[in-house]
Design a protein around this ligand. Structure first.
Ligand SMILES: Cc1cc2nc3c(=O)[nH]c(=O)nc-3n(C[C@H](O)[C@H](O)[C@H](O)COP(=O)(O)OP(=O)(O)OC[C@H]3O[C@@H](n4cnc5c(N)ncnc54)[C@H](O)[C@@H]3O)c2cc1C
Length: 286
């Protein structure tokens, strides 16, 4: 399945396989008055050489962003930088990327992966952040622990992206019901927004967006004090609407050859995406 067909369908969610594709997508996003976050797809690398190659690629991405004068930062996953192989290798590589980003006053966002990695991700981000402040991470509203983590990271001045969470987690550690995840999302948004730190509210859910706008209005939190974030290719209607209304919006642009796990998470999130996938299984008539 990881072939021609899925590649064609994946293009709905992924900008392409080469850095040039991501740069082109980021330029279009900037032209639409939105900012970008480039994600070179990849996770759970199996050896040190691959982890070091990923880090080198990220250094090159920051060079390219600066050369092209793009309004874009970077999102990455720690298992792409060898987290499965050891914390020290991973921290060393993240540190090198964060210092490269600092040279062009840019920012690195560390995505949050499955719960097996939550604590290590927070620990590594805190440790690298103690040296340079231009790194932040992601908080998942489906985890019970997140409220505590958010309070802790706010004390350190850490920028966070709030999302619902994309991995399959057991009820011992995560809200099983969507309604509870949504309620927690709103609760956490209300902790993040007044913190005086620039955070990202990442969602395509109109109810979450409405709650955020209302809360910001009520608390007189300016539109330049936070940003909404959405994924490339998802709810482009809402993306345009937020920009028209004068809200800041960052588009997360994934690219690269290792797109399969990302693509599967997007399919799993929404039954309609599976229909879209299966419709493409039916051969088209010439
Ligand atoms: C910028 C950004 C970064 C993210 N980073 C992380 C991360 O680091 N770690 C992590 O665990 N998760 C991450 N996520 C994913 C997130 O956790 C959710 O899985 C995903 O955003 C769906 O949740 P939702 O808030 O859009 O709400 P939902 O309730 O899932 O969806 C609301 C509406 O959005 C639309 N929608 C949502 N998903 C899709 C889709 N796949 N295809 C088509 N339409 C869709 C539909 O219209 C749906 O009704 C990120 C999401 C965004 C936007």
């Amino acid at each position: 399945m990881k072939n021609h067909l899925s590649r064609r369908v994946a293009r709905r969610f992924v900008a392409g396989e080469a850095l040039d594709d991501a740069i082109e997508a980021a330029r279009a996003v900037n032209d639409a008055l939105q900012t970008a976050s480039l994600d070179l797809l990849g996770e759970n690398v199996a050896d040190e050489a691959s982890a070091r190659r990923s880090a080198q690629n990220y250094l090159a991405i920051f060079d390219r962003i600066a050369q092209e004068h793009l309004d874009a930062n970077v999102s990455l996953k720690l298992t792409q930088l060898g987290l499965d192989l050891g914390v020290s290798l991973c921290e060393e590589l993240l540190d090198s990327i964060v210092s490269q980003a600092a040279r062009s006053s840019n920012f690195v966002r560390v995505d949050m992966e499955g719960s097996a990695y939550t604590q290590r991700t927070i620990d590594i981000v805190k440790s690298v952040r103690a040296r340079r402040a231009n790194v932040g991470t992601v908080m998942q509203a489906y985890l019970y622990r997140t409220e505590r983590d958010i309070h802790n990271l706010i004390e350190l001045g850490c920028r966070m992206r709030l999302c619902k969470g994309a991995y399959s987690e057991p009820p011992e550690i995560a809200f099983p019901k969507k309604a509870d995840v949504d309620a927690n999302y709103v609760k956490l948004m209300k902790i993040l927004l007044p913190s005086g730190i620039y955070h990202g509210i990442a969602t395509h859910d109109p109810a979450m967006i409405r709650a955020t706008k209302e809360f910001a209005r009520e608390k007189k939190i300016g539109r330049d004090k936070f940003e909404f974030q959405m994924l490339y290719g998802i709810r482009t209607d809402l993306q345009k609407q937020l920009t028209r209304e004068g809200y800041r919006l960052r588009i997360y642009i994934p690219y690269g050859t290792d797109w399969f796990p990302y693509f599967m998470r997007r399919l799993a999130e929404r039954p309609a995406n599976l229909m879209f996938f299966f419709r493409n299984l039916i051969p088209r008539r010439p």
